[in-house]
Design a protein. Structure first.
Length: 561
């Protein structure tokens, strides 16, 4: 059977669907890689069955390479890795060569190898071939030491992305443990460990002597493992393939995304960012777990007064609600909870996000794509032509977006968005500095929420102590409750903490505050007016959480001081 019918044969044998094959062929063309080599590298197909189809298509014998022991394996040569080929028998002028992809014969010819010999190719399982080449090259020891840590990992499915049309391809199971290359299993286990530990970020950092892997859990970076420095490039290549990035581009930063599906039907999105450093590419993955993003308003950690203010603002037919704070302060969770509260059949809700972190049925969500000219301002202008009731912007970043958002809030629309500021009152200064007129801002703003996230104490091991026993010489000294909790640590937490809790400041823009804004009052005057109206600041919220035993004094100092 002709070799050019291989894609059809793979589909006929049920190894791939036609949409998956079309996406893979397109990716192979962009990456200038042979189709079979890309299929093996991706790890999304049963490589043993793939070898059977290849052997039939190219009329080559199929050989089980796992039956070879060390006595029959040759000394490793660099060309073996380059060509992905392994000589298994040599009789006179005939060399029996184990290969997984017949395209490697072209590479052998270009390298001038075996020019005077007759090559008799035999087709083998590509994953097993890579495993043997790794062993010969002395690179498998470090990987297997990590894999032994968790042999009962749940299944993991990767939804590959096409960077051209950004549509999800068909799902592909990558937990074929009997046929996986060590690097594929290592990456899978790394991602599963991050999800199990509730990590928000994964950092893969190459250095001269090692590759360090760290997880950010509950807002704190901690080292997860270290591996050999030479393996960093292989881990990066695997993640790039999963995210459909250019694996040959190592001199410029790249961004992409990966979607995972776990056996419990949970979807995990990963945002990947690569950065060239002195010793290789540093890779950071942001873990976006949809189950932790959408929660009811009552689960946000707001006090009853704060909850009433948020609900009142959400019930307004027009105005602007801004959630502020540094990166990783839970702004997105607060916004999504508000959207979930508003999501009803009688409302037309549109969002512009970068990226879309969770799919909300009934909400029109737009993913910002600056390369195609779709930024926040462009999306917002389009929203206003589509009869919206509620508009959500992932972030206000420039004057143009701020101008349109303010005008939308003044003309019968409820606008929700975020800003990066240190306090609720600082948000007003930030918008004024962007060029928004004070009187427009005063009439548009309804509510400003400023928040931070601190680690939550483990309820199984926290211990109550007299606050007077804790040495304190900062501004919290005179305000501490009589008793507070300290972290102890147990088998069910990390250093006495598990999860996070919010410190929240709400600034409702009442008539008095609006007047201060329109007359150009400074931050202190606006804050004083808000306090007279019943607003509390971040320190008040932190002390309330501290008195309830939900966090420790050390965490309050770390987050706020």
């Amino acid at each position: 059977m002709l070799a050019n019918r291989l894609p059809d044969m793979l589909i006929e044998h049920g190894l791939m669907t036609r949409p998956m094959m079309e996406n893979t062929i397109a990716l192979a063309s962009r990456e200038q890689l042979p189709l079979i080599s890309l299929l093996i590298r991706q790890g999304n197909i049963n490589t043993l069955k793939l070898a059977q189809v290849i052997a039939h298509a190219f009329s080559c014998p199929l050989f089980d390479i796992s039956c070879l022991n060390n006595a029959f394996l040759p000394e490793f040569k660099p060309w073996m890795r380059l060509c992905r080929a392994l000589p298994i028998a040599w009789k006179g002028q005939v060399v029996h060569l184990a290969i997984a992809d017949p395209a490697c014969l072209t590479t052998l010819s270009e390298q001038g190898l075996f020019a005077k010999q007759h090559i008799q190719p035999v087709i083998v399982d590509g994953i097993k071939l890579d495993h043997i080449l790794n062993q010969l090259d002395g690179q498998s020891t470090e990987l297997h030491s990590h894999l032994a840590a968790d042999s009962s990992a749940q299944e993991l499915t990767v939804l590959m992305n096409d960077p051209v049309d950004e549509e999800l391809a068909q799902t592909a199971d990558i937990n074929e443990t009997a046929n996986e290359a060590p690097v594929v299993r290592f990456v899978n286990q790394l991602l599963l460990d991050a999800v199990r530990l509730r990590a928000s970020d994964i950092h893969i950092e190459p250095y001269e002597l090692c590759c360090r892997i760290r997880f950010r859990v509950d807002g704190i970076l901690r080292e997860n493992s270290r591996t050999a420095a030479r393996l960093a490039a292989r881990l990066g290549a695997r993640l790039k393939v999963m995210a459909a990035l250019d694996i040959n581009e190592r001199r410029r930063p790249q961004d992409g995304r990966i979607r995972l599906k776990l056996t419990d039907k949970r979807f995990i999105d990963l945002r990947i960012s690569t950065l060239p450093t002195l010793w290789g590419e540093k890779i950071v993955l942001r873990v976006l777990d949809s189950t932790g993003v959408l929660m009811p308003l009552t689960a946000l950690g707001f006090s009853q007064t704060q909850l009433q203010l948020y609900r009142k603002a959400l019930s307004s037919r027009q105005g602007m609600i801004l959630v502020t704070g540094p990166t990783g302060s839970g702004k997105t969770v607060t916004l999504y909870s508000g959207l979930g509260h508003l999501n009803a059949i009688e409302r037309n809700i549109s969002t512009a996000e970068d990226p879309v972190e969770i799919n909300l049925e009934g909400v029109n969500q737009v993913a910002v794509n600056r390369r195609s000219g779709l930024d926040f301002a462009t999306a917002l202008r389009a929203f206003l032509r589509q009869d919206p009731d509620v508009v959500m912007l992932g972030e206000i970043r420039d004057q143009e977006t701020a101008d349109i958002a303010v005008k939308a809030a003044q003309t019968g629309h409820l606008v929700l968005s975020t800003l990066h500021t240190n306090s609720a009152a600082d948000t007003i200064n930030r918008l004024l500095n962007m060029g928004i007129e004070a009187y427009n801002l005063a009439s548009a703003l309804t509510l400003i929420i400023s928040q931070r996230l601190a680690r939550r104490l483990c309820v199984n091991c926290r211990e109550w102590v007299e606050s007077s026993t804790l040495v304190s010489d900062d501004q919290l000294t005179d305000k501490l409750p009589q008793k507070v909790c300290i972290a102890k640590g147990c088998s069910q937490c990390h250093e006495g903490y598990r999860g996070r809790v919010a410190f929240v400041e709400l600034l409702p823009v009442c008539a008095n505050v609006a007047e201060k804004i329109s007359t150009g009052a400074d931050v202190r005057e606006i804050t004083s007016a808000a306090r007279l109206a019943g607003s509390s600041d971040l320190f008040d919220s932190a002390l309330s959480v501290l008195a309830a035993g939900e966090t420790s004094l050390d965490e309050v100092r770390r987050v706020l001081l």
